[in-house]
Ligand binder design. Structure first.
Ligand code: GLU
Length: 384
């Protein structure tokens, strides 16, 4: 029954693991979960109030498919001032971030096109590329280089079939942040080879050292870049499913066409709340980032006490990507860790071939859970 397109594409490793953890928890198993990339904080109260107000006002119908004008305007103003992206509201489509990636693959890739992306990379990029009939071309990144992609390796991988470069900084799963110079070098490669860039910047606000730099801000890049971001990670709004794509107006029209045929529009009453998230007080956002930084430092210190694990200190996002010394496959290691130690982490292999020998740990959870989980991992590793 299944289409050739879908056949052979696995379910999302991150979501599948999170489903399993939820199921085990409902069965009473005491799991420490470092699996899902989602802040444990509740969405800030001012945003929740704005949502309640829009519900009370009866704002419960369809909105224009690209989003309510106030939100498109707020996103454009934020991207213009913070990211230096030369955009207006007409360049913004309000859509869940993951849907933006999915639609971008369908809208801008043809069968046999090649897409260059770093290895390891977030689990759903490869699936989206393959669903569009295109081919992922992984560029290995290295633990010793903090997993920052080397532009020279991108240049070497270009063929006549290359259509797109996919970037994600800060990165899921490694937390690596591309320095400004790397972004500029990749931009030059894209311009010289007439390539489209899909830049997933969902972790743009969670940076501890250095600065986020949007590739669409580089001169002559706006016309060839689709920038994707959203509210999920920045404002602890994962369940709201609210994000955006910023691109040239023609590209936004094509994405909007797909939106009209798929979800029609984002949920109506969350959109005024998203305006509040962007334009309202940023105090809670800032304190969440400070808290993540403390947790990162704690988790790194505790991991460095564990024999058989090595980890570097990522500059952004809320993931650690430790390397383990045992020869077992990461999927086997993580299954065993879940069964024996009741700790959930994601196997590195879910993120691409270079992820083998690693696992991803999301530290967007409480300090108590970090201490408890890492003490269980310590015991587990010593018995391995
Ligand atoms: N992006 C998060 C993660 O990697 C949420 C799950 C997903 O969308 O893959 O854990």
């Amino acid at each position: 029954m299944v289409s050739k397109r879908l056949n052979g594409i696995p379910a999302s490793g991150t979501v599948a693991l999170s489903n399993l953890v939820s199921y085990m928890k409902t069965r009473g198993v005491d799991i420490v979960s470092f699996s899902m990339g989602e802040p444990d904080f509740v969405t800030p109260q001012n945003i929740i109030e704005a949502c309640k107000e829009s519900l009370d006002a009866g704002f419960t119908h369809y909105t224009p498919s690209p989003g309510i004008p106030e939100l498109r305007k707020a996103v454009a103003a934020k991207a213009f001032s913070d990211n230096k992206i030369p955009c207006t509201a007409q360049n913004v489509l309000i859509t869940p971030c993951k849907h933006a990636i999915f639609m971008s693959a369908l809208a801008f890739l043809d069968p046999k096109d090649e897409v260059i992306l770093p290895d390891p990379s977030w689990v759903s990029y490869e699936a989206c590329i393959r669903l569009a009939g295109a081919k992922p071309v992984y560029i290995p990144t290295k633990f010793d280089e903090n997993f920052v992609v080397d532009p020279a390796r991108i240049a070497e991988a270009i063929t006549p079939k290359t259509k797109m470069i996919l970037l994600n900084s800060p990165s899921n799963p490694t937390g690596s942040v591309m320095p400004c110079q790397t972004v500029r070098e990749i931009a030059k490669i894209a311009i010289d080879n007439n390539l489209t860039v899909l830049s997933d910047e969902i972790y743009e606000s969670i940076i501890y050292e250095g600065k986020h730099f949007s590739i669409a801000a580089v001169r002559d890049m706006f016309d060839r870049t689709i920038t994707i971001s959203g509210l999920s990670k920045t404002y602890a709004m994962t369940g709201w499913r609210l994000g955006w794509a910023i691109a040239p107006e023609g590209c936004i029209k094509e994405l909007d066409k797909l939106q009209t045929h798929s979800i029609s529009c984002c949920v109506s009453f969350t959109q005024p709340a998203a305006v509040e998230a962007i334009n309202g007080s940023q105090e809670e956002k800032d304190s969440m980032v400070k808290e993540f930084r403390k947790r990162r430092d704690l988790a790194v210190d505790l991991i460095r006490e564990i024999k058989g694990l090595e980890v570097n200190v990522p500059k952004g996002a809320f993931y650690l990507f430790p390397k383990y010394s045992s020869k077992v496959k990461s999927e086997v290691l993580c299954t065993k860790m879940l069964e024996d130690a009741h700790v959930a982490v994601t196997p590195g292999s879910a993120f691409g071939p270079c992820g083998e020998g690693f696992f991803r740990l999301s530290y967007a959870t409480s300090e108590d859970q970090i201490r408890e989980g890492l003490s269980r991992i310590k015991k587990f590793m010593s018995n391995l």
